[in-house]
Design a protein around this ligand. Structure first.
Ligand code: ATP
Length: 457
C-alpha cells in the first residue's frame, strides 16, 4: 500500500492478533514483542518455507539445532567478546543515546553508512557536518565509546567470572563448532551446507522500528562450505537464490534491492558481502546479509579449540579449511517485510476493504468456514470444519452478516472462505470465495480439500 506507515502496521498487528507489545499488562518492556495467534502461524510458515528451500530441496544440505548457551570460549575465538560492539555516542544536551554510524546513515539518507569507519572518522564526520541530535536537534555530542552487544549471564550458583556465559549473538557459531560432527555423521562432501533457525540476542543500543531491530530476535542462517577459490562463484549463486526465495514468498521486486558492501565497509576477513534490502515504511533496511567469510571462522576455531577443522578431498587427497558463504536472514524482519508488502486498503464502491494479499502458503488460516444462517447451517458447518481442520488451519465464524465475515477473513489474509447454506445440506455443494478476486465458485464438498491443496502449494 502506498504511504503505509509503521504506526498503521503496529496497530493492525495488535488489532488482529499478529504481534502484541511484550509484557503489556506490566507496562511493557521496551522493544520487546510477543507474536499472537496469527503472527505465530505466519512465522512458523515462513520458517517452514525457508527450511524447505534451503535444507529439504538443496542437495548436500543439513539442518541443525544447537544450544543457545555455548562454551564462552566460542565467543572469544569468534571475536565477539573483543569486538562485537557498536559505536555509542551520547547527546550532551538531552542525554539521549545513539549509534554513531546510524546517525550518519540517517542523516545522509543511506548515502554513507559509517560501517567499517573507526571512532575518529565517525566523530569527525558528525562534527564536520554538524549532524543534529534526532531527539533535541542540537549538535553537541560526547566522544564515542564501543559498546559490546553480547548479553551476559551466569551459569550455576555463583556469579563469578568463571561462571560467566553469553546468550548467543548469532546462530552461526553453533554451526561452525559442529562442522566436524556434521561432516562425519552426515558423510558430507564439499560443497555442502548446514542451516539452522533459532533465537539470537544482541544488546542493541538503538532498537526500534517495531520488530525490525529488537534485542531478542530469530535468525535463519546457512553456512555453505566450499573449496577455496570457488567462493566468489558461490557468493553469486546464493545472492540469486536468496532473492528468488523472497520473490517466491511474495515480496514485490520493486521493494527489493542488492547493496554491495564497499571495500572500506567489508569485514577484514570478507571477500564480498551483499545485503538484500527491503523498502520498509521507514526506508530501505537490511533484510538479508550474504557474506563470503573466507575460511576465517573455521580457522579461528581450529586455533582456539586446538582441533583440526579441515576437509580431506577424497579425489585429490588435499586437506584444506573450507571457505564459507553465509546467507543470514532475520525471521522478524522477513515477517515485517511480508506484512508490509501484502497489506492493502482497497476502495470498493466508496467503502474500504482491508486486505492482506499474503501468499496462501504463508497465510495463518488457509480457509474460513462460514454458515450462511447460524440457526440452520451451523451444524453442517461444524462438520465441515471438523474435516478441513485435519488438513489446514481452518477458522470458523458464525457471527454477523456474511459480508462482514468475508471482510474479517480478507483483513487477516485467509485465502478462501467456504459458505455453508441450503445447497450444502441438500446437494452437497459449497460456495468458495477467493480473497484477492472475490470471485465465487460452487464446488462439491468432497472436492474441497483437493481444491484448496492445489491452490496453496
Ligand atoms: P544491522 O546492520 O541492521 O545491525 P547486521 O548487519 O548486524 O544488521 P547480521 O549480523 O548480518 O546483521 O545478522 C543477519 C540478519 O539478522 C540481518 O540481516 C537481520 O535480518 C537480522 N538481524 C540482525 N540484527 C537484528 C536485530 N537486532 N533485530 C532483528 N533482526 C536482526
Amino acid at each position: 500500500m502506498k504511504d503505509l506507515t509503521m504506526e498503521k502496521i503496529v496497530n493492525y498487528c495488535k488489532q488482529y492478533g499478529f504481534v502484541y507489545q511484550g509484557s503489556e499488562i506490566y507496562g511493557g518492556l521496551a522493544n520487546s514483542w510477543d507474536y499472537g495467534p496469527l503472527g505465530k502461524e505466519i512465522k512458523e510458515n515462513i520458517k517452514k518455507a525457508w527450511w524447505k528451500k534451503f535444507i529439504q530441496e538443496e542437495r548436500n544440505s543439513f539442518g541443525l539445532d544447537a544450544a543457545i548457551i555455548m562454551n564462552p570460549e566460542v565467543w572469544v575465538a569468534s571475536g565477539h567478546v573483543a569486538s562485537f560492539a557498536d559505536p555509542l555516542i551520547d547527546c550532551k544536551s538531552c542525554k539521549s543515546r545513539h549509534r554513531a554510524d546510524k546517525l550518519i546513515e540517517d542523516f545522509t539518507e543511506g548515502k554513507e553508512t559509517g560501517d567499517g569507519w573507526d571512532n575518529k572518522k565517525l566523530e569527525k564526520y558528525i562534527a564536520d557536518n554538524k549532524i543534529p541530535c534526532p531527539k533535541c536537534g542540537k549538535s553537541d555530542f560526547t566522544g564515542i565509546r564501543q559498546f559490546n552487544l553480547l548479553f551476559e549471564t551466569h551459569m550455576g550458583v555463583t556469579e563469578d567470572s568463571a561462571s560467566k556465559v553469553y546468550l548467543r549473538g548469532e546462530t552461526a557459531q553453533g554451526i561452525f563448532v559442529n562442522f566436524n560432527n556434521v561432516l562425519r555423521s552426515g558423510r558430507a562432501k564439499i560443497p555442502f551446507g548446514i542451516g539452522q533457525i533459532g533465537k539470537a540476542f544482541r544488546n542493541e543500543i538503538t532498537p526500534g522500528n517495531f520488530i525490525f531491530r529488537t534485542r531478542e530476535f530469530e535468525q535463519m542462517e546457512y553456512e555453505f562450505f566450499c573449496k577455496p577459490d570457488t567462493d566468489l562463484e558461490w557468493h553469486t549463486y546464493w545472492k540469486q537464490k536468496c532473492l528468488d526465495f523472497l520473490k517466491d514468498v511474495g515480496l514485490r521486486e520493486e521493494n527489493l534491492r542488492y547493496r554491495d558492501h564497499s571495500p572500506e565497509e567489508l569485514s577484514f576477513y570478507s571477500k564480498a558481502t551483499t545485503d538484500i534490502e527491503y523498502k520498509y515504511p521507514m526506508g530501505w533496511g537490511e533484510l538479508w546479509g550474504i557474506a563470503d567469510r573466507t575460511n576465517y571462522d573455521l580457522s579461528v576455531h581450529e586455533e582456539h579449540a586446538k582441533t583440526e577443522l579441515r576437509y580431506l578431498d577424497p579425489e585429490t587427497n588435499e586437506k584444506y579449511i573450507p571457505y564459507v558463504i553465509e546467507p543470514s536472514v532475520g525471521v522478524d524482519r522477513l515477517f515485517l517485510a511480508i506484512l508490509c508488502d501484502a497489506y492493502d486498503e482497497e476502495d470498493l464502491d466508496g467503502d474500504t476493504r482491508e486486505v492482506l494479499h499474503i501468499a496462501p502458503s504463508l497465510a495463518a488460516y488457509k480457509v474460513a468456514v462460514l454458515p450462511l444462517v447460524k440457526k440452520y447451517h451451523s451444524e453442517k458447518a461444524m462438520e465441515v470444519w471438523n474435516e478441513l481442520s485435519k488438513q489446514f488451519m481452518t477458522s470458523y465464524d458464525e457471527s454477523g452478516s456474511i459480508g462482514k465475515r468475508y471482510r474479517r477473513s480478507d483483513a487477516i489474509g485467509t485465502p478462501f472462505c467456504i459458505t455453508i447454506d441450503d445447497e450444502t445440506i441438500n446437494n452437497g455443494t459449497v460456495t468458495i470465495r477467493e480473497r484477492d478476486t472475490m470471485k465465487q465458485e460452487t464446488v462439491e464438498l468432497s472436492k474441497v480439500v483437493d481444491y484448496i491443496k492445489e491452490r496453496i502449494k
